[in-house]
Write a protein that binds this ligand. Structure first.
Ligand SMILES: [Zn+2]
Length: 97
């Protein structure tokens, strides 16, 4: 077995550095669609956020996510991301605290 180095990424919202597996990847596909990339390998430009609804919301409201992905994120896309996020195990729902 080969030893793989653990790729570290930082959350676009709080800038915390974490192992890639501890972050959720949001990807902008080559077609321009923004979605949550659960495989972590979807083609396109990716940005990472903690597995935390607070970080996702902050990434959306501060437009850090939009900036990282170099895309315009509308409210609808933001809401879709929140929904997809909420379906991930261990992630609390957006805006319910
Ligand atoms: Zn974070």
């Amino acid at each position: 077995m080969q030893t793989f180095h653990h790729p570290e990424r930082s959350c676009v919202a709080c800038r915390a550095k974490r192992d890639k597996s501890e972050l959720l990847r949001v990807v902008r596909s080559p077609q321009g669609a923004v979605s949550l990339d659960l495989s972590g390998r979807a083609p396109g430009r990716g940005a990472y956020v903690c597995q935390s609804a607070a970080c996702l919301e902050s990434a959306l409201t501060t437009k850090k996510l939009a900036r990282a992905l170099r895309v315009d994120l509308n409210d609808e896309t933001g809401a879709d991301l929140c929904l997809a996020f909420a379906e991930c195990e261990g992630v609390e729902t957006c805006g319910r605290n």
